[in-house]
Design a protein around this ligand. Structure first.
Ligand code: SAM
Length: 220
């Protein structure tokens, strides 16, 4: 996946165009847009797909999984309202793209991936781009209790219900962003922990994700 700076230059224009498109689609957070404009998404996919690297679409990364659509990544990240230094847990590391965006925003990132091969691949990619999140291979439907509570939790696979462990691992004031629905379509939900036992739930547009598979997800 190594790219020379010369090779990388040809991706600058399509990446800038993608940022413009995301603005047109309603993404307002400048830091999120800057991060999208910086992360080399092409390095996270196979070379045969390079011509589509900065399309606003999900792309295959093997094992039946995808690198999420940039609009989805931007929208979910915006909903998290990240402040520098926030502790953020991501469920579904996949290619590492979303993880890089979170790191770029200055978050302290923890990320869980269930596929061993993707865990190793994303670990390499994140390291070679200079990012240092803490990664784990395991079932993210259970969260990552060791480092809880979190200011933000982002789930990048479609859940049948909101896993209770994720709710419990939120700080008071913390935000969980998770797509919930059936296998065809999921509604984006933003759950804010208002106090120890009080939550506010906001619902957004529909998205389409690969399934969240695990004890508190599909197949649980
Ligand atoms: N954030 C990823 C990115 O930027 O490339 C998106 C990857 S894909 C849409 C969703 C990922 O969630 C897949 O890699 C899948 O293996 C993973 N996944 C599904 N169920 C999971 C679970 N219970 N725990 C951890 N990862 C899971």
């Amino acid at each position: 996946m190594a790219n020379s700076p010369n090779q990388d230059r040809r991706f600058v224009r399509p990446r800038n165009k993608l940022v413009e498109l995301l603005k047109e689609k309603g993404i307002k957070n400048t830091q999120v847009l800057n991060a999208i404009g910086k992360i080399p998404r092409h390095r996270l996919i196979e070379t045969a797909l390079y011509h589509r690297a900065y399309d606003d679409s999900a792309l295959p990364i093997g094992l039946g999984q995808t690198i999420s659509q940039p609009y989805t990544v931007a929208a979910q990240t915006e909903m998290l309202e990240i402040q520098k230094g926030d502790k953020v847990l991501e469920i579904g590391t996949g290619s590492g793209y979303q993880c890089m965006i979170l790191c770029e925003l200055g978050a302290e990132v923890y990320s869980v991936e269930r596929h061993n091969e993707l865990y190793h691949r994303s670990k390499e990619a994140l390291k070679s781009e200079g990012y240092n999140p803490l990664l784990k291979c395991g079932d993210g439907t259970l969260g990552w209790a060791t480092y809880a509570p979190y200011d933000g939790i982002i789930v990048t696979a479609g859940a049948p219900v909101v896993p209770d462990d994720l709710i419990k691992q939120l700080k008071v004031g913390g935000i969980l962003v998770i797509p919930v629905g059936d296998s065809k379509t999921q509604k984006m939900m933003k759950i804010t922990r208002m106090s120890e036992d009080e939550y506010r739930q906001d619902e957004y547009e529909n998205f389409k994700f690969v399934p969240l598979i695990g004890e508190k997800g599909w197949g649980g």
